[in-house]
Ligand binder design. Structure first.
Ligand code: PMP
Length: 394
């Protein structure tokens, strides 16, 4: 009989907690605030149809041939031009979604038992992407203004134990919706530079601001000390799997070698189509329509929470952009335990625990305001409040 002895890293891999939850919530009539999907009505279908036709007519077989690992040159240039600091297109690596950038960074910077710092809570998909390297993920305390710089310094480690990287999401964070203030950004970049710890800045949501644009990226303040990650998933469409990283020259060649080994290159056809779609001022016209939709949906959810959670010891974040808000249940309550009660009332959310690297706050949960309609958000938040009341009494 074949003996499928698992590698230690495979034995440690788990099904995504979110995917498991989504299975539980896959029943007719349920309103899901659990998913992390962008609203499909924001995908610019006509622009994609036209771009596909243009690419095939213009590039023909070249669009279907193997290509360079760095990425399609016009797309690398467009990415460099989009960013608000001086970026050499040679520092841009096109990745198969920004999720792949996380995988490449983990392979290049982390050994088994390497210390790595993350926010509390942080993006679950990053914890999963880094997990095969078997690092020690250390949660740094965070508040509404972002990561706490004193705790960052306290947890940085020294000598051989010094953190190999700190992974941060300064804009409209997944899962909390929080944004790091200008002062906190400046302090974090200065402290990381002083301690010599690379910052990994993940920014898939930065363009989805509501009132005003967020402060400048961390990387703009110290490009040699940071790897920046971006994505077209939330401003065009996620199914194309087009993301990118911008890395200092000191580390770019290693990331490129990891990319080559992983998948040779990101699909060239998709890169050409994205480069074609974003030509000219397309994003400047398209992204404001996404902002307007998501802002309306956020307003609906915040108003519903004010109305329905009255009298309950529940708190929530008020995101200034992005797709998610973060809710904290009354003392003694557990979001995981609440979920079946909520699903019975036809509403689903993601419990917060899997987003913590270290000690989880079991009272937390994530809500998406972008895929349900405004009417569904009203119904769902009322149902969630009922579930909380039922649980509190039970
Ligand atoms: N980083 C964060 C914070 C995310 O929320 C996501 C998508 N959920 C990703 C990275 C990955 O996005 P993509 O691979 O589609 O670019």
């Amino acid at each position: 009989m074949t003996n499928w002895t698992l590698a230690a890293r495979a034995a440690k891999m788990n099904p995504s907690a979110i995917r498991e939850i989504l299975k539980l919530t896959d029943k007719p009539g349920i309103i899901s605030l659990a998913g992390g999907l962008p609203a499909p009505q924001t995908f610019p279908l006509d622009a994609f149809t036209a771009a596909c036709n243009t690419v095939m007519a213009r590039d023909g077989a070249a669009a279907l041939q193997y290509a360079t690992s760095e990425g399609f040159a016009p797309l690398r240039r467009a990415v460099a031009d989009m960013l608000p600091w001086a970026v050499d297109p040679d520092q841009v690596l096109i990745t198969t979604g920004s999720q792949q950038a996380l995988d490449l960074i983990g392979k290049v910077l982390l050994d088994k038992d390497s210390r790595m710092l993350v926010e509390t809570p942080t993006y679950l998909g990053a914890l999963q992407a880094f997990a095969p390297q078997e690092p020690i993920a250390v949660g740094v305390a965070s508040d509404d203004d972002g990561i706490l710089v004193d705790d960052f310094a306290a947890k940085a480690g020294t000598g051989a134990d010094k953190a190999r990287l700190a992974y941060v999401l300064p804009n409209f964070q997944n899962p909390t919706g929080r944004t790091m203030t200008e002062a906190r950004r400046a302090a974090l970049v200065a402290k990381a530079a002083e301690l010599g710890i690379p910052l990994i800045e993940d920014n898939p949501y930065g363009e989805l601001w509501f009132g005003e644009a967020p402060p400048a990226p961390l990387t703009a303040r110290n490009p040699d000390g940071c790897i920046y990650m971006g994505s077209f998933s939330k401003v065009l469409a996620p199914g194309l799997r087009i993301g990118f990283l911008v890395a200092p020259k000191a580390i770019y060649p290693k990331l490129l070698q990891a990319k080559q080994a992983a998948d040779l290159h990101t699909p060239g056809f998709n890169q050409r189509v994205v480069a074609e779609v974003i030509q000219g001022d397309f994003l400047a016209r398209h992204v404001p329509t996404i902002r307007a939709l998501y802002q309306r949906q956020r307003d609906t959810m915040l108003a519903a929470l004010e109305r329905e959670m009255a009298g309950l010891d529940v708190t929530w974040t008020r995101p200034a952009g992005g797709m998610f808000l973060w809710l904290r249940l009354p003392a003694g309550m557990d979001a995981q335990a609440l979920l079946p009660t909520a699903v019975e009332r036809n509403v689903a959310f993601v419990p917060g625990a899997p987003f913590y690297a270290t000690e989880a706050d079991a009272r937390t949960l994530r809500l998406s305001y972008v895929t349900a309609s405004s009417a569904q958000i009203d119904t769902a938040i009322a149902a969630l409040a009922e579930a909380i009341r039922a649980q509190a009494q039970g």
